[in-house]
Design a protein around this ligand. Structure first.
Ligand code: FE2
Length: 432
């Protein structure tokens, strides 16, 4: 088996037998002449149920590096998001293209920010980015000081080389690389495109299932974590980090993928969205989309997420006496939606394309377009399987402020509201 399974579990992995010290974390001399280094993803004093840290046993400690120099941040933006006021309009974007082949663009070069909320420095909020790349990262390695990255490939499979080992992630899967973890993104095809949620807040966790019970939705056993892998190389590597909203680079004279063994519960993971055990109504009405929550980053306000990652996967629809598509609504939460493949049932008329996205901020009314409303109002309510669909949502309790790029790009649709203009008055109560 390539990968360990588990989530919220404790892992230990060694690429060299005997490299993990037994019975203690920090012996006077670590096995095989390695250095011991702790990577803390939570405060030392965080409650044990939320405490995340790993011990890495590596050829050289991370402290062996040059000073940092500022890099141009390209189109990557961080909170606080103050470039433009957030308009109280629904917004929708066409997909952004993959860069031309003659313009070498790796995962970092191809990152652009659409919107965000909160502030990386105060560890609150999130940002929505798109990535598009036609080159692998080869001589540079990245770690994010500002938050965890939830990577949602839409087109093109990736291999993530991390301090903890290698793990693949393809469309219909997601990867989470937490704050501080060094990694590279390699392309397994000619190009790749997708979405990223940068989570400044609490780490993602499985939602409390409540009355759903001990099984269902995303299950612990379906998360994959890499196993230890290392290279001993004295090559020159550029180490890039995003720190307090800015990109910085330092030089290494060796590969940072020199962790020979590790143990702990703070490690990157991949989840196949096709293993999501989907719940839905088997009687009437349309459950709130929170029934499709894969991962949640809680805020200090109980039940109000800093970020929820929600999917709208293939599923049977059997509810009777019911308008089946998503209902019209206004939501205190802000919703960014993307589409991995297929058609989203509230927007069958085009305009919400794979790789594109929409933003319905706090209290902005939205719902099915006119065509979807008319079809669903007349549809025969026999069981139907909606197969070719995989949409997702990043939902937050904060207002997501679009960046200047997001508001000025020609990919922003000029008249997204037109999809509701055809909704006719059907009121039949005149004179009664
Ligand atoms: Fe919504």
């Amino acid at each position: 088996m390539d990968y360990q399974s588990g989530f919220g579990n404790y892992f230990s992995s060694e690429a060299l037998p005997g490299a993990l010290p037994l019975g203690q974390n920090n012996p006077q001399t670590a096995p095989a002449g390695l250095y011991a280094e702790q990577l803390s993803g939570a405060a030392f004093t965080a409650p044990i149920s939320e405490n995340q840290r790993s011990w890495l046993y590596r050829i050289l400690p991370s402290a062996v590096q040059s000073g940092f120099r500022r890099l141009d941040s390209g189109l990557w933006r961080s909170g606080p998001f103050v470039e433009r006021p957030a308009p109280p309009d629904p917004l929708r974007w066409d997909p952004f293209p993959v860069p031309d082949a003659d313009k070498a663009t790796d995962f970092l070069d191809g990152m652009m920010t659409l919107c965000g909320a909160g502030d990386a420095a105060t560890r609150n909020g999130m940002a929505v980015h798109l990535y598009a790349a036609n080159r692998s990262m080869t001589d540079r390695v990245f770690y994010n000081s500002d938050g965890d990255l939830l990577i949602v490939p839409q087109d093109g499979a990736l291999e993530l080389i991390t301090e903890f080992g290698k793990v693949g992630v393809a469309p219909c899967e997601i990867a989470v690389v937490q704050r501080g973890i060094k990694f590279q993104v390699r392309l397994l095809g000619k190009a790749a495109r997708g979405y990223v949620c940068e989570n400044y807040g609490e780490h993602f966790a499985l939602p409390y299932r409540g009355p759903v019970g001990a099984n269902g939705l995303a299950n612990t056993r379906d998360f994959r974590t890499p196993v230890a892998w290392f290279e001993e190389s004295r090559r020159r590597v550029e180490l890039v980090t995003k720190f307090d909203g800015n990109l910085w680079a330092a030089d290494l004279d060796h590969s940072p993928f020199d962790v020979v063994a590790w143990h702990g519960n703070y490690a990157p993971y991949v989840y196949d969205l096709r293993t999501f055990n989907t719940m839905n109504s088997v009687s009437f009405d349309h459950p709130d989309p929170s029934i499709f929550t894969v991962l949640t980053s809680p805020s200090a306000r109980p039940g109000t997420a800093n970020v929820d990652f929600v999917i709208f996967p293939p599923r049977w629809m059997v509810a009777e006496h019911t308008f089946r598509p998503p209902y019209f609504h206004r939501n205190v939460m802000s919703e960014y939606m993307g589409l991995i493949h297929g058609v989203y049932d509230a927007k069958p008329g085009g305009g919400f394309e794979p790789g594109g996205g929409s933003l319905h901020n706090c209290m902005i009314p939205h719902g099915p377009e006119a065509e979807a409303f008319d079809m669903a109002s007349r549809a025969e309510l026999k069981p139907t399987y909606q197969g070719d669909t995989l949409a997702f949502m990043f939902e937050t309790g904060m207002i997501l402020r679009p960046t200047r790029l997001a508001l000025e790009t020609p990919r922003l649709q000029k008249d997204y509201r037109a999809c509701w203009r055809g909704l006719a008055t059907h009121f039949s109560g005149h004179g009664k």
